[in-house]
Design a protein around this ligand. Sequence first.
Ligand code: ADP
Ligand code: ASP
Ligand code: MG
Length: 439
Amino acid sequence: MDMKVVKFGGSSLADAEHFRRVAEIVKSDPSRHYVVASAPGKRSSSDTKVTDMLYQCYEKVRNREDITEIFGAIAERYNSIIRELGLDFDIGGELDYIKNAILHHSGRDFAASRGEYLNSLILAKYLGFAFLDAESAVFFRENGSFDEEKTNEELRAELATRPYAVIPGFYGVMPNGTIKTFSRGGSDITGSIVARAAEASLYENWTDVSGFLTADPRVVKNPRPIRTVTYRELRELSYMGATVLHEDAIFPVRNAGIPINIRNTNEPDAEGTMIVSATGEYDPETVITGIAGKRGLSVITIEKDMMNAEIGFGRRVLEVLEENDISFEHLPSGVDTMSVVVSTAALDDRRERVLTAIQRAVRPDSVVTEDGLALLAVVGRGMVKSKGTAARVFGAISGAGVNIRMIDQGSSELNIIVGVEESDLNVAMNAIYREFVKK
Ligand code: ADP
Ligand code: ASP
Ligand code: MG
């Protein structure tokens, strides 16, 4: 049976006009049974997402500042949607309750989650669908990790009693009843979880671009959409900054073999991108599937003669990072040098401590940090099959006058990662796009 779970992102639910488009999409296909909704996003590039406004409310209460104005602006976002849709629906009681709870220190995650909660209530009313609160269907464990088994079982039972429903994205509940959210962009994960529990035939993820694009549209002008991408390629791309889909959103559906279709709410006829586990499709023209880039990185370079002969050297360095709660992004290494790429934000307030601890742990000849690094990933299942891809990547970057600071080819031959100065990232990405996608 055809059964679809559809998730709409913040930009797709930012105002009444978008609610109308969403309803048209949902109603045009009766197999679209379950709708996962985000909080209202930006209506223009200078606008603020409701989720960010809710985080501001939380911060203000912590700093003992007044929230009347900011909460009023949040209330108006919802009330204008209700008014313009002509809905007979009063959320005044809900708003009062939420404001009070935030004023009484109900928690950062609770505050943030109300964005999707309220939007989903309104959308359910507008569509005439049931409302299923994620609070009673998405569960976290005591240690904060997502409880897949419990969620799948209970969510499935809840869905079974509601043929059509709206479920708020982004949050769930802890064993003690408090609200917990996923990380930013987490409504994508909820969509995937619902698709799995509903045993959907397709998970449609509706956003504001016509699919997963070959490159970030804010960097490359009018990049071509990708028709099909494998879960593995997508994970490489989203981890490296192509944030159209949360990097963890693929797990629940991948295990169940449910494809994801990225679609554009503003252009519903465009086919978008299909994300699948494997594809027989092989086009010798398309060597690379996509390009992504990540800024804000630092590299810790450790040098020591004969490092390669010292057993446990790498482990001891990584232990220092672990003890300081820093995860590493990449680890390109030579015979006598080891480089660890980490996020500058994670390193910043503990830099001295980390360097001292590395000194103590491995007694290197030198250890230094450098900031301002960006990593660029060229990803493609076609790279294994075509010779000379790496040379073309490096040629394109050098040809654009950009200095390559680091090279790291993934062992899977699915990606090539290049480190460049942050200020060179856009030029390098455009050069690779021209080389492989559009001359
Ligand atoms: P939503 O609010 O629907 O969840 P997001 O803002 O999370 O949408 O993701 C969509 C945005 O991702 C696009 O508007 C685009 O600016 C950005 N983006 C970055 N890289 C890519 C890419 N490779 N393909 C498509 N969009 C991308
Ligand atoms: N509203 C949340 C955020 O802005 C979740 C989401 O949009 O997916 O991160
Ligand atoms: Mg998103």
